[in-house]
Ligand binder design. Structure first.
Ligand SMILES: [Mn+2]
Length: 374
C-alpha cells in the first residue's frame, strides 16, 4: 500500500517579466512543467493514492490559464493512473468569507479527485483500507472541538494538514500553527504542507516541500532538491523523489564592496559569473556595503547582458550599514524575536524595482511597532 504525497504546487505562481514563446510568464510555465513531471513520475510509480497537502494554487482566484492548464494536466494524469487524488486547501487558496467557494472544488470535475476545503473531513480510500483525515488551512483555527483520532478499525490511518508544525520553520506567513500533540497520535503517515522544504518531522510525519521555488526567499532554497514523497504504509518507509524540471537557481558568492573601487567591483562580479554557468538560471548576486552613488556606476551594459543570459539575474545591493540596517542584519535576526523575523522577511521579499528597500522595511517595522503598542 503506497501513497504519493505532494504539497505546495503553487500553480499560477508568476515572477519576473520573462515570457515563453507562447506568451506565458516564464516562471508560471516552469511551475507547470514541474507539476507535469511530478504527475508523470507519480503515474509511473502507480501508487494506491495521491495526496496533495495544500497550496495547489498560488492565489484564491487563479487566472483562466492556470485553471484550464491544471485541469488538463490532471485529466492527462487520469488517463495513465487510476489512483484516487485527495487535495486539501492551503492558506494560499483559502478564502475567509463563507459566501466564497474555494477554487479547488472546480478540480472535482476530474474523475477520482476529492477536495477538503473548509472543515476537517475524513476520506476513505482503497476499498476502505486507508482513511485520510484532511485538515485544510481554515479548519486549523477551530480544531479544539473535533475528535481527530485515528480509527482503530481501519488498517491505515493518514493525517493530511496544511500549517506550521514547528515555528522555527517558516518561509510563508499566514499559516496556522498545528498542535504538536496531534502528530503524536498513532498515524501511519502525516502528510504536511506549508513549509516549502522537504523535511522529516519525526516518526511518520513529513513536509513534502514545494515542487518549484515559489516561496518568498528562493535563494535560501537554491541548493535543495524539489520533489515529492513516496511512502509505503506497510513498511513505513519514505522515498523522496527529486524532480528534474525545477529551474536551477544560483546564489552567487556575496561581494563585499567595502573599500573597493568600481573597477574592482565590476571585475569581481564578472569573475562570479565566469565561475558559474548562469544561462537560463535564476541568479542572485548579493553586494554588501555598496552606496547608492556607486551602484549607479557599475557596468550597466555587462549587467544587462547577464540579465538576458539568465532567466533572472538579481543584483541585490545593500547600502553600508546604517542604524536601521543594523536591525535587519541576518545574524541579529536570529536572536531578536518577532521584530527581527519580520525585518528579515521584509528584507528578503522580492520588491518592485522602483521601491526603496530600506524605506519599505522601515515602514513595515513602524506598523509592527504600532500594533505592539496598541
Ligand atoms: Mn505554500
Amino acid at each position: 500500500m503506497r501513497i504519493v504525497h505532494l504539497a505546495d504546487l503553487h500553480l499560477g505562481f508568476r515572477a519576473y517579466h520573462r515570457l515563453t514563446d507562447r506568451g506565458i510568464n516564464r516562471r508560471e510555465a516552469d511551475v507547470f512543467a514541474a507539476f507535469r513531471e511530478a504527475l508523470d513520475r507519480t503515474a509511473a510509480l502507480q501508487p494506491d493514492a495521491v495526496l496533495v497537502a495544500g497550496d495547489v494554487f498560488h492565489v484564491p482566484r487563479p487566472s483562466n490559464y492556470a485553471l484550464v492548464q491544471s485541469q488538463a494536466e490532471l485529466l492527462r494524469f487520469r488517463q495513465k493512473c487510476a489512483a484516487p487524488v485527495v487535495m486539501i486547501a492551503g492558506n494560499h487558496e483559502s478564502v475567509r468569507s463563507a459566501d466564497n467557494r474555494c477554487i479547488l472544488e472546480l478540480l472535482t470535475a476530474v474523475p477520482g479527485v476529492q477536495v477538503v476545503t473548509e472543515n476537517p473531513e475524513a476520506v476513505t480510500l482503497a476499498n476502505g483500507q486507508v482513511r485520510v483525515v484532511g485538515l485544510p488551512h481554515n479548519s486549523l483555527s477551530r480544531l479544539n472541538t473535533i475528535d481527530l483520532r485515528p480509527d482503530p478499525q481501519v488498517p491505515y490511518n493518514v493525517l493530511m494538514l496544511h500549517g506550521t508544525v514547528d515555528s522555527s520553520r517558516i518561509n510563508d506567513y499566514g499559516g496556522y500553527d498545528v498542535p504538536a500533540d496531534l502528530l503524536e497520535l498513532p498515524w501511519d503517515y502525516v502528510a504536511c504542507g506549508h513549509y516549502h522544504t522537504y523535511t522529516h518531522l519525526g516518526r511518520h510525519a513529513y513536509y513534502a516541500g514545494a515542487i518549484e521555488r515559489t516561496s518568498n526567499n528562493i535563494w535560501q532554497e537554491a541548493t535543495e532538491a524539489k520533489g515529492f514523497v513516496l511512502f509505503d504504509l506497510v513498511s513505513h518507509q519514505a522515498h523522496f523523489q527529486t524532480l528534474h524540471k525545477p529551474r536551477p537557481t544560483l546564489d552567487l558568492p556575496t561581494v563585499d564592496a567595502f573599500g573597493k573601487d568600481v573597477a574592482a567591483l565590476n571585475q569581481e562580479l564578472a569573475a562570479n559569473v565566469a565561475a558559474a554557468d548562469i544561462t537560463d538560471k535564476l541568479v542572485r548576486q548579493k553586494i554588501l556595503n555598496l552606496p547608492k552613488s556607486q551602484q549607479a556606476r557599475l557596468d550597466a551594459r555587462q549587467i544587462r547582458q547577464w540579465q538576458t543570459q539568465a532567466v533572472h539575474y538579481l543584483l541585490d545591493a545593500r547600502p553600508p550599514t546604517a542604524t536601521l540596517s543594523e536591525a535587519i542584519a541576518p545574524d541579529i535576526a536570529a536572536s531578536q524575536g518577532l521584530t527581527a523575523t519580520v525585518a528579515e522577511y521584509l528584507r528578503q521579499r522580492e520588491l518592485p524595482k522602483d521601491l526603496d528597500r530600506l524605506h519599505f522595511v522601515e515602514r513595515g517595522l513602524a506598523y509592527l511597532a504600532q500594533t505592539e503598542e496598541s
